[in-house]
Design a protein around this ligand. Structure first.
Ligand SMILES: Nc1ncnc2c1ncn2[C@@H]1O[C@H](COP(=O)(O)OP(=O)(O)OP(=O)(O)O)[C@@H](O)[C@H]1O
Ligand SMILES: [Mg+2]
Length: 387
């Protein structure tokens, strides 16, 4: 390929002369007699080298040199200078000239200088290309690194979650053994206490104080029994019947049961069935327990009113149920304990609600996601595989 050379000089003779010499050397020569038309030719032709006269009437050589270097960094400039003007030559080199040729010049010197600059240009441009390529590769590596780090983080989080879930199941299993045995042992003496209290209270007709004591004992015994029942439910599955059940029906029934409480606490219920997922095969009581425990917890947090949102949708063979409240939220440090049996922050809570929820959701291959912010409230999002 013939290299393009542009000569910018206001002297017609110099233009003609250089054109003859350079064309003879098979360069593709373009000519301009002022800087302005020189710029236009550079823009269109992108010459490799410009021979630029330092002494020109309108735009002087230094200004033109700076302009060309700024606008066309791939075009190299060789300056024509007057003889004995070494200081100017130094300034020009500093301003980005690739070389300078004092006038008058010999033809061989001209061609040698141009060829030298062309070689220099080729090396520098190639170098630049390599640097850019290197930069690009470094960026790519960085991008991959970030991706990789992100993947590792994600996997670690997943692993940690899986690990916690395993711990949770182990805890529940261990508790199951213990609970089944204990519940049995405790419920027998509890029955006896109940019976004896009944006998005692039948002899207390006239003593209201004593009657109220005996009633308290009965209540507390019932509470213990209640706890034992819940404990058993937490750890062991009670007899169940799998049926084809619509989540929307289960949710509707549960919400109906809480209707009065919702109204009396001044809670606004927002129920949205975005889509209607196909029925799932499940035990109705178990699914009801899941939602009533979540709703009960949410309502407990909104004694003075708030917003209870229940939202159902499905996508990609999963049904999603969101139960969101605007209650006081769960402190960050409690978040990984709330599914533990016995974990409660309530004076009369047993701390079984959520562990039952977890056990049942797991039974159906589902998952639970909790997000909580003390300023906003709490969101439980459950997912159940469909079909
Ligand atoms: N929606 C919620 N908002 C704020 N805190 C919650 C919410 N749901 C659960 N919690 C916290 O998690 C704890 C455990 O809940 P869980 O339902 O297991 O037990 P509980 O409600 O305390 O007792 P139980 O359900 O057995 O009566 C609660 O005591 C409470 O601190
Ligand atoms: Mg609860």
């Amino acid at each position: 390929m013939r290299e393009k050379i542009l000569v910018i000089d206001d002297e017609r003779m110099i233009l003609d002369l250089t054109a003859i010499v350079l064309r003879d050397k098979k360069f593709d020569v373009h000519l301009a007699n002022n800087a302005q038309s020189g710029y236009e030719i550079i823009e269109q032709q992108a010459p490799a080298v410009v021979l630029l006269d330092y002494m020109m009437p309108e735009i002087d050589g230094m200004t033109a040199l700076q302009e060309i270097r700024r606008r066309f960094p791939q075009t190299y400039v060789i300056m024509f200078t007057g003889k004995g003007n070494e200081e100017i030559a130094v300034e020009l080199m500093k301003a980005g000239a690739a070389d300078y040729i004092p006038k008058p010049f010999s033809n061989t010197n001209l061609v040698d200088r141009i060829e030298h600059v062309l070689r220099l240009r080729e090396i520098e441009l190639r170098n630049l290309e390599l640097l850019e390529e290197r930069e690009r590769l470094l960026k790519e590596i960085e991008r991959w690194n970030r991706k990789l780090e992100q993947r590792v983080e994600e996997k670690s989080a997943e692993l940690e979650k899986a690990h916690t879930e395993i711990l949770q199941s182990e805890k529940l299993a261990a508790l199951g053994h213990l609970a089944a045995g204990m519940a049995h042992e405790i419920r027998n003496p509890l029955n006896s206490i109940s019976l004896f209290v009944q006998v005692l209270s039948s002899g207390l007709q006239d003593d209201p104080e004593m009657i109220s004591y005996s009633e308290k004992i009965t209540q507390e015994v019932e509470r213990i029994d209640d706890i034992l029942v819940k404990l058993l439910a937490t750890s062991k599955r009670s007899p169940f019947q799998l049926r084809s059940i619509k989540l929307q029906d289960v949710i509707d029934n549960v919400l109906q049961r809480f209707e009065d409480q919702i109204a009396s606490q001044g809670v606004v219920l927002i129920k949205t069935f975005e889509t209607e997922p196909a029925p799932i095969l499940a035990d109705n009581d178990e699914l009801s327990q899941v939602f009533s425990n979540l709703v009960a917890n949410a309502l407990f947090e909104m004694q003075d009113g708030g917003e209870l949102e229940v939202r159902l949708r499905h996508a990609d063979d999963q049904a999603y149920v969101l139960v969101r409240d605007t209650g006081g939220g769960i402190p960050q440090e409690d978040l990984n304990q709330i599914f533990d049996p016995f974990f409660t922050t309530k004076q009369r809570g047993t701390g079984f609600g959520l562990s039952v929820v977890l056990r049942i959701v797991k039974t159906y291959g589902g998952r639970i996601k909790v997000e909580s912010d003390p300023d906003v409230g709490t969101r439980f999002e459950l997912s159940f595989p469909l079909g």
